[in-house]
Design a protein around this ligand. Structure first.
Ligand code: ADP
Length: 300
């Protein structure tokens, strides 16, 4: 384990009955890093988050600060701020909700509880709603209160499931700004799931794309955009299906667009190979066009 890795996820697997949602998830998070988690609806983002936190039984290993993470390790769990399926005492105020949680948190220093709560509520822009009952809160206000709960113990790692859902544009800006501030000032790390590419692009340095139970991509937004190009290859005559199968066997993502047009996806590494193969088989390449595929196709 590298010393600057705050989290390591190794061979994470989770099935519901015979439905294998996570087949083999592996990744690492460095200290101070913000990682956006993308994947189509139902790809397993929430399942992954809950498995990492030990809220779901799973196979595989999760290390936090170099030590195997267990939900029973209250010291470690206190250092992880979580926003997933947050429930509140709806008949109580925002202040009382935080107070109860603070009092129930093992090893927490509650000497300045009221001050801590006011700072947290101010941080998430709820300072004017301290004494209001949560049942009167909008969904967006509840999201912000959930974020305040997640931030309660000055976490070293934040794991947030769809933190921007239900927030208005100003709320989104506020939360983004605060999360960035937290990382800069306290060197906290953040993993957050989202189905909004714009939010992920703006906030995170690296992103993870989950597909078919695996990490399909882990890297920067720019690299992903670069890889996500399609090449349209126009040849002098139709390409037989047998040749397409042979190209598939060479890991080239090609399909026939029309009689003498091939589309090659993720072609940065395979374009040369495809062109050489066609020429060796007597084809003339009439034209090659490069087209950007919308990144949303990866997860929408
Ligand atoms: P995402 O967060 O990416 O939208 P989820 O992790 O919520 O995806 O779900 C992944 C898959 O696991 C879905 O097919 C979902 O129906 C299934 N799933 C999630 N939770 C359960 C559960 N408790 N029991 C059975 N299937 C579940």
């Amino acid at each position: 384990m590298s010393s600057q890795n705050i989290l390591e996820v190794k061979h994470l697997q989770k099935a519901f009955g015979r439905h294998e949602v996570l087949k083999d998830i592996n990744f690492e998070v460095k200290q101070g890093e913000i990682i956006g988690l993308l994947g189509k609806n139902g790809s397993g983002k929430t399942t992954m988050i809950k498995s990492i936190l030990g809220l779901l039984q799973h196979s595989g290993e999760v290390y936090f600060e170099g030590k195997k993470l267990s939900i029973r390790d209250t010291y470690a769990m206190n250092r992880i701020g979580v926003l997933v399926d947050t429930a509140f005492f709806e008949d109580m105020t925002a202040l009382d909700n935080l107070k109860i949680l603070m009092m129930a948190t093992p090893h927490r220093d509650n000497r300045h509880m009221k001050k801590d709560i006011m700072e947290l509520l101010e941080f998430v822009g709820l300072e004017k709603n301290v004494k209001e009952k949560v049942k009167g809160f909008s969904f967006g206000m509840k999201q912000r209160l959930a974020l305040a709960q997640a931030l309660m113990n000055e976490p070293k790692l934040l794991i947030l499931d769809e933190p921007f859902v239900g927030l208005d544009p100003l709320g989104i800006e506020l939360v983004k700004e605060k999360l960035t501030e937290l990382c800069r000032k306290k060197q906290a790390s953040i993993i957050f799931s989202s189905h909004q590419l714009a939010e992920v692009e703006e906030l995170s340095e690296d992103l993870i794309v989950i597909e078919d139970g695996h990490v399909k991509y882990f890297g920067t937004y720019e690299d992903l955009a670069r890889q996500n190009k399609e090449y349209r290859i126009i040849t002098d005559r139709p390409i037989p299906t047998k040749m397409l199968s042979e190209l598939h066997a060479k890991c080239c993502e090609v399909y026939e667009k029309s009689e003498n047009q091939l589309i090659l996806s993720h072609g940065e590494k395979t374009l040369d190979l495809v062109l050489r193969y066609l020429q060796e088989n007597g084809f003339t390449i009439c034209e090659i066009l490069r087209e950007d595929r919308p990144l949303e196709t990866l997860f929408a």
